[in-house]
Design a protein around this ligand. Structure first.
Ligand SMILES: Nc1ncnc2c1ncn2[C@@H]1O[C@H](COP(=O)(O)OP(=O)(O)OP(=O)(O)O)[C@@H](O)[C@H]1O
Length: 345
């Protein structure tokens, strides 16, 4: 008789926009009881998921499943690195960048069906200063937006959109010195992102070519752009062609050092923290075991409705910038129209 695997589902009740009361029942009904002994634990505070996952490692639990968004995935995963406990994901967050990158279905039952198939692979993860990240980390506008997102309190893609719409108009580029194994370069940039996986979440592809099996991160340096460039950048981000945009410099690296002119925020998987002027980022090759979708092909790039709306916004932004005096009024109108469209969809 095959021995059953021990699996712990770690549920973040605060992630995403839907209640989590039904989750234990759905897990109970969907998990393969012939293959797994399962347990469901709800987190009670930020950081609790990391503690539960550490206990899973100590108790040699076979699989710890993050039931939440990228923040929950990060907490669980950072406790599992370089251990024999594999990470599973049941995406219940707002962006679900890592789950989407791995083509894990957004439907809870279908995500549990992937867990039942139990296809385990060792994949890369990244470290920014001492903080592990699994999807993306970044600074500049990247960190700024994630900070605003965290401050907003409400969750969901509409909140994300609201923040981007409001804050994107005010952001000033910064000077960064970037050093990898081969060269040192200086950039005036709007954002620097380091991508282990391809997207921020919601199918917004910051690094369309990123894979979690090459031992490398994709470094994306977005130079200052004007309202004139914005529509193309936006469209490229949603179509997975950002690497072809003239305002974007991308390269692959195993490790980089970044020096910036002043301290500021960075983010790891969307969680912002303040750091100093020097930032180290590197990739730990094949350092975490994860349950993946055996049917997935890396490189499926499906723009979704939110992304198309985002493109529309940037197109409208051109008109807005032409007339600064009317800017706030018109943005408000566009914002309202977009939110209406998003709500309708
Ligand atoms: N019980 C809890 N109470 C308060 N906060 C919690 C609790 N459990 C986890 N958290 C925190 O909630 C934050 C948000 O969770 P998470 O990122 O999973 O969801 P999300 O933001 O909706 O999704 P995504 O990151 O995919 O957009 C995490 O940073 C996590 O530390």
């Amino acid at each position: 008789m095959v021995q059953k695997k021990e699996i712990v589902f770690i549920v973040n009740p605060r992630s995403g926009t839907h209640g989590k009361n039904e989750i234990p029942r759905i897990i109970g009904e969907s998990i393969d009881k012939g293959a797994f002994n399962s347990q469901v634990i709800f987190t009670e505070y930020a950081g609790h998921a990391a503690e539960i996952a550490s206990r899973c490692v100590a108790e040699k639990t076979d699989i710890a499943v993050a039931v939440g968004g990228d923040g929950t995935v990060n907490e669980v995963a950072r406790s599992l690195v370089h251990s024999d406990t594999a990470l599973g994901i049941v995406p219940c967050g707002s962006g679900n960048g890592l789950a989407r990158h791995l083509s894990i279905p957004m439907d809870i039952k279908k995500a549990i069906a992937i867990i039942n198939r139990c296809n385990i692979e060792a994949l890369d993860y990244g470290v920014i200063n001492s903080m592990p990240f699994f999807c993306t980390c970044g600074m500049g506008f990247d960190a700024f937006i994630s900070q605003k997102f965290a401050e907003a309190g409400k969750r969901g893609p509409i909140t994300y959109m609201e923040n981007v719409l409001k804050e994107g108009l005010k952001y000033k580029p910064e000077i960064y010195e970037v050093e990898d194994d081969t060269q040192a370069t200086r950039h005036k940039a709007f954002l620097i992102a380091c991508a282990n996986a391809s997207q921020y979440g919601n199918n917004a592809y910051i690094a369309p070519k990123a894979t979690m099996t090459d031992g490398l991160m994709d470094v994306i340096i977005m130079e200052p752009f004007t309202a004139f460039d914005a529509p193309q950048i936006s469209i490229d981000m949603f179509n997975g062609t950002l690497d072809k945009n003239s305002k974007i410099k991308t390269f692959k690296a195993k490790r980089i050092h970044i020096h910036r002119s002043q301290p500021g925020a960075i983010h790891y998987d969307g969680d912002p923290i303040m750091t100093g002027t020097d930032i180290d980022v590197h990739i730990e090759e094949r350092g975490i075991k994860m349950i993946t979708n055996p049917d997935a092909t890396e490189g499926e790039r499906l723009p979704n409705v939110i992304l198309n709306v985002f493109s529309d916004f940037f197109n409208n932004l051109n008109n807005v910038r032409e007339d600064l005096e009317k800017q706030s009024k018109r943005i408000h109108a566009i914002n309202k129209a977009l939110l209406k469209r998003l709500t309708r969809n």
